[in-house]
Write a protein that binds this ligand. Structure first.
Ligand code: PLP
Length: 355
């Protein structure tokens, strides 16, 4: 077991923070001074360390590059109104990380490494948390295989790391989304529910095709019939249909179980909204749209928070939503934001204090 004190810390000689322009933060471009690293070998985690952020060295045979045993998480740190740093629901990300690990035949990462490492790193990098609206410190924990052997088998050694990036908003404008009916993100029995590198690699070409057609992202549909909607690039998807909030269910393991998704469902319940998690066919959406029953569409994810959908295209059928008139999305975003910056009471213990 490791406590905070067991983490060896090597600090940078001089911080990069003075040169940072916190009013201009493209997503994921800048990293803080330090990173957390721990090693797995001989069946256990060891050597937790904080070192200056920088390159890591490996041989060309490193297993991750060839066979893709690589998983990650995305979490955000905020500064509360009282000035103290806090992280939004990291324990839920930790659980999801270990579900991803199990599916990819990787070792679980214990709390003292995942959460302990995060706390120690954030304690050192507190000053990097941006304070402007919709800004935060993005926390990226990840693990990858480090065996230097060619051959398809689970690696015996792994590295777990955490890096931090001060970020601004992910999507600047309401999104135009294309309903995908050729490419597939995930099938039942596959790895859709795991936050593993290959899922994102496989999404890049379909996303590029969507972009070439003038769209920001695709909305994935089921692998068998291309009939039921799943999720968007890095967000779960929600609709307001007949006054109810609806979102695809988790039952067949094809979508990522978003922490924001769960937060939206919970907060919507508090707001008195009826929420349904179930199969949603594109035909149902199109019918409801035609009848004026489909009033809002938005994505929900850590990076994007709540991102309104302005246009949803299915084949030649186009559904438009007025971003200025999506009261449910607005209310959800407002409530989540106020919990994250410490203005609203944190009734469910979602904010983890760093100190
Ligand atoms: C594929 C995918 N779906 C959904 C989400 C939203 O999950 P969360 O709210 O936990 O960030 C993400 C982002 O993590 C994602 O990559």
């Amino acid at each position: 077991m490791h406590s905070h004190e067991d983490i060896k810390i090597t600090k940078v000689a001089s911080s990069k923070i003075q040169g940072m322009d916190f009013s201009h933060l493209p997503f994921g471009k800048y990293f803080t001074d330090h990173m957390f690293v721990a090693e797995y070998s001989d069946g256990k985690w060891h050597s937790p360390e904080i070192v200056p952020y920088g390159p890591i060295c490996f041989e060309p045979s490193m297993a991750t590059i060839h066979y893709g045993q690589s998983i990650f998480e995305g979490i955000k740190g905020y500064r509360l109104k009282d000035g103290s740093p806090a992280v939004f629901r990291p324990f839920d990300n930790h659980k999801r990380f270990n579900r991803s690990a199990m599916r990819m035949e990787m070792p679980e990462v214990p709390e003292e490494i995942f959460i302990g490492g995060m706390k120690a790193l954030l304690a050192l990098e507190e000053n990097w948390i941006p304070t402007a609206y919709d800004h935060s410190l993005y926390i990226r924990p990840f693990m990858f295989a480090t065996d230097q052997v060619i051959g398809v088998s689970p690696s015996q050694t792994y590295k777990f790391m955490i890096i931090l990036s001060p970020v601004g908003p992910y999507y600047a404008a309401p999104m135009r989304i294309y309903v995908e009916e050729q490419f597939v993100r995930a099938a039942p029995g596959g790895v859709g529910y795991a936050k593993t590198a290959g899922n994102y690699a496989a999404s890049l070409h379909p996303a590029a095709v969507a972009k070439s057609r003038g769209y920001d992202q695709v909305l994935w549909t089921d692998a068998v019939e291309h009939k039921y909607v799943q999720e968007c690039g890095t967000m779960n998807v929600f609709f307001v249909l007949g006054g109810k909030l609806i979102t695809p269910g988790l039952e067949n393991g094809t979508i990522l179980e978003g922490v924001t998704r769960d937060s939206v469902i919970t907060v919507a319940g508090d707001m008195g909204l009826e929420v349904e998690q179930r199969e949603i066919s594109i035909d149902e959406l199109a019918d409801a749209y035609a009848n004026g029953m489909l009033t809002e569409a938005f994505g929900a994810g850590t990076a994007a928070t709540i991102a309104k959908i302005a246009e949803l295209r299915y084949k030649d059928y186009v559904m438009n939503f007025d971003p200025e008139n999506q009261p449910v999305a607005d209310q959800l975003k407002k409530t989540l934001t106020s919990i994250r910056d410490g203005e609203a009471p944190d009734n469910r213990g979602w904010m983890m204090s760093v100190k």
